[in-house]
Each structure stands twice: as structure tokens, then as C-alpha cells.
Design a protein around this ligand. Structure first.
Ligand SMILES: C[S@@+](CC[C@H](N)C(=O)[O-])C[C@H]1O[C@@H](n2cnc3c(N)ncnc32)[C@H](O)[C@@H]1O
Length: 252
């Protein structure tokens, strides 16, 4: 059978209005849509289209399934929250493609960007990513705490603004507390911290605080944590508190 195609699509952090304009048309052409159940629920059902829901941790199995279907001629869309290349499905597909079956390499593949959670969270809070920043996943599924710790130390030493993804681990609920304990050793007490929960969704909750006062328990699986650099600032205008990192923040 002739090879089909695989579109790897970012659905953004939640609301439909934050989908890119190309996304609905690409989804409409798919014969098969694959994704983690809650992401799949955000895709409008279309007559004749098959939907394949799977569990959160089954990213490689999902990638194999998508490549198999596409290699047999299907037009497959695999969906991710946010951007598909940020702690998400695009990397899993390329891991599978590089090491997997030869026939998978005949599949036409495209990666379609989406609004990543850190960008949506930053926009809600002002412009905290206005100068050098980094993104770190706190998930210890695919890397040990020692690596997370090393990267937090390096980010603090470099005075990067940090966007922390996956702050809540069911398997290790104390991880976010360890993370804050470490940051409190490394960074000033008055460092600005933002918790952006369920950004763009009806249950969105934004909390601005300082590293000294931050309650790590505010960070659940739907939260993006922003930790400022020494230059990140906070002020009020029209009764609303904003944070931003000036474009020219220099050395300490
Ligand atoms: C597996 S990662 C996927 C990231 C996604 N690919 C992206 O670009 O945003 C899931 C993590 O993204 C963050 N996240 C996703 N959607 C979010 C939202 N609407 N509000 C806040 N954080 C969100 C949370 O940290 C969550 O634990």
C-alpha cells in the first residue's frame, strides 16, 4: 500500500481561539486522529474519521501506531497540547522514526507549531520572557532528579528566567518542594515567581508572589511556573499587577 502522511499538530494550551489558522483544515483532512485522551477531546469529531485515544505516558506506543497507520496509507494527525515540539509528541515521533521500521521513513511528515504554555502564561502575566530564559521540565519520568537539580543550578547560575513545565509528579509529590528548596538556596528571596494554572481555560488561575513566599503546592499538573531573573520586575497599572523582564537586563 502507498505511504500516507503524518501531521504532528500543536493544539495550544486550551482555548480554540488560540489554535493556529491552519489547524482546523489539517485536522479535517485526517482519516485518523491520535492523541492523549483529554487532547483528543478538544478535537471536533468528524464523520468517518477514526479516533485513537491513549494514556499520557504511552508516547512512544502512540508514535509507533501513528507511523504504522501512515505507512499503510492513512492520513494521520497526532495531536499534542501546546506546541508539539515542546516536551511533547514531535520528539517521540522522531525517536520512533530514527530507530524504527524502514517503511516508516517513506511517510510524509509535517510538524505544525502551537502556542506553548510558557508563551501563553507569559502573555497573561506581562512579559517575563522579555530577556534570556530557559524551559525545564520537572518531570522525573524520563530523567532523574540529579539531572533536574543540575539544570536548575545551571539556570540559576546563568540568571535565566525559568519556565518550569510538569511541576507535579504523582509518583514523587515532594519533587516541586525540593525544587523550591533548591531555588531558595540559589536565588534571592525577592525573586518574582508566577504560577499560571490552566491558562486560557475557564478555571485559569494566576498567582504572583516571591520565591520566599511561594507555596509550591500551588503547582499542579496544569500549572506552568515562571521564576524570574534578578532583573524581572513587577508593578501595577489600572489596578492590575504585571511582571516583565526588561530587554536589556545585564549582569548582576
Ligand atoms: C507534557 S507538558 C506539554 C507541554 C506542551 N507541549 C506545551 O508546549 O505547552 C504538560 C505541561 O505543560 C504545562 N501546561 C500545559 N497546558 C497548560 C496551561 N493551559 N496552563 C498552564 N500550564 C500548562 C503544564 O506545566 C503541564 O504539566
Amino acid at each position: 500500500m502507498s505511504s500516507g502522511r503524518l501531521d504532528i499538530i500543536g493544539l495550544g494550551p486550551g482555548p480554540e481561539r488560540w489554535l493556529t489558522m491552519e489547524t482546523p483544515a489539517i485536522l479535517a483532512l485526517a482519516t485518523d486522529v491520535i492523541g492523549y485522551g483529554p487532547y483528543l477531546d478538544r478535537v471536533r469529531a468528524r464523520a468517518g474519521q477514526k479516533r485513537h485515544a491513549s494514556d499520557n505516558r504511552e508516547e512512544l506506543a502512540r508514535a509507533y501506531n501513528a507511523l504504522d497507520l501512515a505507512a499503510d496509507g492513512a492520513h494521520v494527525a497526532i495531536v499534542s497540547g501546546g506546541d508539539p515540539g515542546v516536551f511533547a509528541m514531535a520528539a517521540a515521533v522522531f525517536e520512533a522514526l530514527e530507530t524504527g521500521e524502514e517503511k516508516w521513513r517513506e511517510v510524509e511528515i509535517a510538524v505544525h507549531p502551537g502556542v506553548s504554555a510558557m508563551l501563553a502564561a507569559a502573555a497573561r502575566l506581562g512579559a517575563p520572557l522579555g530577556h534570556d530564559f530557559c524551559a525545564i521540565s520537572l518531570s522525573d519520568n524520563l530523567k532523574p532528579w540529579s539531572v533536574i537539580e543540575q539544570r536548575l543550578r545551571a539556570a540559576a547560575m546563568g540568571d535565566f528566567v525559568m519556565a518550569l513545565y510538569n511541576p507535579a509528579s504523582k509518583a514523587r509529590p515532594d519533587l516541586i518542594h525540593d525544587c523550591f528548596a533548591l531555588l531558595r538556596e540559589l536565588k534571592a528571596a525577592e525573586t518574582i515567581v508566577g504560577f499560571a494554572r490552566a491558562v486560557g481555560r475557564p478555571d485559569e488561575k494566576l498567582t504572583l508572589t516571591t520565591l520566599a513566599a511561594a507555596d509550591p503546592a500551588l503547582a499542579d499538573m496544569s500549572t506552568l511556573v515562571l521564576v524570574g531573573s534578578h532583573a524581572t520586575r513587577s508593578f501595577e497599572a489600572r489596578g492590575r499587577r504585571w511582571i516583565y523582564t526588561p530587554r536589556g537586563s545585564g549582569t548582576r
